[in-house]
Design a binder for this molecule. Structure first.
Ligand code: ADP
Length: 809
């Protein structure tokens, strides 16, 4: 055992430290836990071993299976009964061990106090006491085993006592001892000079010294440690050793000596590990909790080190495995990211390729459809004017032309959607006369509403600006579609167009009708391409593309087309566009028909390059109609040669041709002398911007789309060659109010020859513009006013009104 004073002092120091330092506390806790673990290792490692007992001893045990054990009820921490009456303490644990080793059952008997314990064993009422100090007097009536617990008796005084003391220095001081305990007997006999004050228990002794009632208290170190800890007394310290030790043995009543050798054998079999395990259990009470690692035994240190190494190794291992797992997870995530990325790139490439394919397909289809259509329309137009063709055949030609026109408008619709889809639609910003545009739309719609006997009102804000900046044609297209739909789907009631100004130079357009309305579930769907409601399908008119195109056009012009509708009551379509007022006046429309070059205007030399003879002829006739000189080339090579030999002022160049295409021919011409001055106008069936840019980059001045209208060519020549024309006189449309116009037209139609009237009616039914024009010229011969009125309707593609006017009542 270590020097007791040192132990208690270090205990005391550790206690104070323990209270104020958290990390140490945690560290101390870890150390204590580790210590307990280490101290308990031997228990786990070694199984209970039994002593070698003689036959007599075994026989004795067999005859005495139960031995009555009466411990001192209050000898903590060696032996005591806890609040539930259970036998506890170091001795109790030893007894439990001996029970297992020896196969004897010790039955604890709880007596009043120590005196009673001694009295009862004397008279043989109990057989054994588990922890007794051997004194001479006791040997007379008790048998003692070998001592198995040994602790020093130390002198404890208050903190104020500075000096180290021993028993000799205690003379004249009040010395407390527990009454009748062995140390009492020792001191009484060995140091009669001392002023001994017997106290009933350890608490009294400790408190007496703590409160200055006694100078010192002499007691065994184990009990002192236990009670100081239990009482929470802090102002005491061990000031010296008494020189006595407490040596505890098991005692057996005098007439039972056979048990002593058995107990001794059992105690000898208690291993060092078992002893340590018992001490570890009471360690907080007996051993300073801050016991340092250097105070451990060599074996414990080795075990501790091995444990630490194993723990470090295990943590490294688990850390490594965690890291490996994390790396695996990361690699998997990385892999899937790479795959996802690759897929994305592939998807993007596929989408781009699909888009390109769509453009190429549409462009090709456009070309393939328009090229023959160009010929169909052009020739049927020319033949329609040919007086030599019998009227029966002219009727067929009319049908060809009108069907072609219808097909063209369908192609135009589909392409318009596709153009809008791919962002190819150009929105212009030019000054235009807003009230006039509205008036012209009103006029057009009014005829149709009159025909259907629908009321039609147009309201414009008083402060509506006259000239605004915007896209007149696309606005007109949208309003005509919305108003056209309103007329088409409304059976009775009224149509209303409301145009109002909004802040920020915006103008709101609202088209209201009293038609069938649109169910809430369909109000979004109608804006999708080809979607038609039941009413739309029943009507059998239209394609379901009008609103799709209108929505996109409104969006491109900076607005949003919306609908509000109640089934059975009607619909309201509205949108607002930024249309800032402007002082710039728009260039006047050429409303009149060109009939030739202006007087004094020299004929222009035009080189026409196209591989299709049909197309060549159409363009040639249009050009010759106004007196231009025309030369034709079938491909790019011929074009280059003719440019050099014939020196044209302008070249109409088809871009897709065999041998040498328009791009290459243009490039070659531009390099030749005078090639930089000649105007080259590309003819293409492509409707896409990409090609347009490519064409202009190739050196062309302008792009014309097939099938082109005659006026487009005339505009082009005017723009690039400065040509001026002679016009046919325009028909004054606003001379009569619309209703009167309609009534008048109806009245005049009745005076027409039947054949002419039915031909015209057929042309109108087939939506054949050119034949209608041709027949109107026949009408002119008999009723010029009617011809003007009818021509005005055909100009506006207002076939519904024409039909109404021509129909047999
Ligand atoms: P279309 O009129 O050629 O069928 P639209 O795209 O212009 O195509 O219209 C799509 C559908 O929306 C129509 O078929 C019709 O069912 C419905 N619709 C459009 N305008 C109206 C309206 N004013 N009243 C009732 N239904 C309408």
């Amino acid at each position: 055992m270590k020097n007791s004073a040192d132990i208690l002092q270090s205990f005391d120091k550790a206690e104070r430290h323990f209270d104020t330092s958290r990390p140490t506390r945690r560290c101390g806790f870890v150390m204590a836990a580790l210590l307990i673990f280490l101290l308990s290792l031997p228990c786990l490692a070694f199984s209970v071993e039994s002593p070698k007992l003689t036959q007599e001893e075994l026989k004795w045990i067999e005859e005495h299976p139960v031995v009555r054990l009466a411990p001192d009820p209050v000898f903590s921490p060696f032996e005591f009964f806890d609040s539930r009456g259970e036998f506890k303490g170091i001795a109790a644990d030893y007894m439990a061990l001996l029970e297992k080793k020896l196969g004897i059952h010790f039955e604890p008997v709880q007596l009043e106090d120590w005196s009673e314990v001694l009295d009862q064993i004397k008279v043989g009422k109990v057989d054994m006491i588990s922890a007794v100090m051997k004194t001479k007097g006791r040997t007379e009536y008790l048998n003692f085993s070998e001592p198995y617990l040994k602790f020093p008796y130390v002198i404890i005084a208050s903190d104020a006592e500075q000096k180290e003391l021993d028993l000799r220095k205690l003379k004249g001081k009040s010395v407390a001892v527990v009454n009748k305990y062995a140390i009492h007997e020792f001191l009484e006999k060995g140091h009669p000079e001392l002023n001994l004050i017997p106290v009933t228990d350890y608490s009294k002794g400790l408190r007496g010294v703590a409160f200055g009632k006694y100078d010192v208290f002499v007691a065994n170190l184990a009990s002192l440690s236990y009670f100081i800890d239990k009482e929470g007394i802090t102002n005491l310290r061990v000031v010296g050793e008494s020189g006595y030790f407490i040596n505890l043995s098991i005692v057996v009543r005098k007439d039972m000596p056979e048990l002593i050798p058995i107990l001794n054998k059992g105690l000898n079999m208690v291993s060092e590990q078992e002893r340590s395990a018992i001490f570890a259990k009471w360690i907080n009470k007996l051993v300073p909790p801050s016991k340092q690692w250097w105070q451990l035994s060599r074996e414990q240190i080795i075990v501790l080190l091995i444990t630490l190494i194993i723990m470090v190794f295990l943590s490294i291992l688990s850390w490594n495995r965690r890291l490996a797992r994390e790396i695996t997870v990361r690699q998997a995530v990385e892999k899937s990211l790479i795959v996802a990325n690759r897929n994305l790139v592939k998807a993007k490439e596929a989408a781009e390729a699909a888009n390109r394919a769509k453009s190429i397909f549409l462009s090709n289809m456009n070309h393939e459809l328009r090229t023959p259509l160009n010929a169909i329309l052009g020739f049927s137009q020319l033949l329609g004017h040919d007086e030599q063709i019998p009227s029966e055949q002219r009727k067929n030609i009319v049908t060809i032309n009108s069907s072609g026109q219808r097909l063209l408008s369908l192609i135009n619709d589909v392409l318009e959607v596709s153009r809008v889809d791919t962002g190819e639609t150009d929105i212009t910003r030019e000054p235009f006369d807003l009230p006039s545009s509205i008036a012209s739309i009103e006029e057009l719609i009014r005829i149709r509403t009159l025909a259907k006997e629908l009321a039609f009102t147009v309201d414009c804000s008083d402060n509506l600006p006259t000239f605004v900046m915007g896209d007149k044609h696309h606005l007109r297209q949208v309003l005509l579609n919305l108003l056209g739909n309103a007329v088409k789907y409304t059976g009775s009631g009224e149509i209303h167009l409301n145009v109002t100004t909004l802040p920020e130079q915006k103008i709101r357009f609202e088209v209201t009708d009293t038609g069938p309305g649109i169910g809430e579930d369909e109000q979004e769907l109608i804006f999708q391409a080809f979607y038609q409601t039941e009413d739309g399908i029943t009507k059998g008119e239209g394609t379901g593309l009008g609103l799709t195109i209108s929505t996109e056009l409104v969006r491109l012009m900076g607005g949003k087309l919306t609908v509000a509708s109640t089934p059975g009551e009607g619909s309201r379509f509205h949108f607002a566009l930024p249309l800032p007022p402007t002082v710039a006046t728009p260039s006047p429309d050429i409303g009149n028909q060109i009939i030739g070059l202006a007087t004094g205007q020299a004929a222009a030399r035009i080189l026409l390059v196209d591989d299709h003879p049909d197309n060549q002829q159409v363009a040639e006739q249009i050009l010759k109609q106004i007196g231009c000189e025309v030369c034709i080339a079938d491909n790019g090579v011929e074009a280059v040669e003719l440019f050099q030999s014939w020196k044209p002022q302008l070249i109409l160049m088809d871009m897709r041709m065999p041998v040498l295409d328009g791009y290459a021919a243009t490039a070659q011409i531009r390099k030749l002398p005078g090639g930089d001055l000649v105007k080259i106008v590309a003819l293409t069936a492509s409707a896409f911007k990409e090609q347009r840019k490519g064409i202009l980059d190739a050196g062309c001045d302008e792009v014309l789309h097939k099938p082109f209208q005659a006026h487009e060519i005339f505009d082009c020549l005017k723009k690039h060659l400065g040509l001026s024309y002679t016009y046919e006189t325009a028909v004054e449309s606003a001379t009569f109010p619309v209703k009167q116009q309609l009534d008048m037209a109806k009245a005049l139609v009745s005076s027409l020859p039947d054949q002419l009237r039915s031909n015209l009616e057929e042309a109108v039914t087939l939506l054949d513009v050119e034949v209608s024009y041709a027949l109107i010229e026949d009408v002119r011969k008999v009723a010029p006013e009617l011809a003007d009125l009818l021509k005005l309707r055909v100009d506006e593609f207002d076939f519904d009104t024409l039909h109404e006017v021509l129909a047999d009542d």
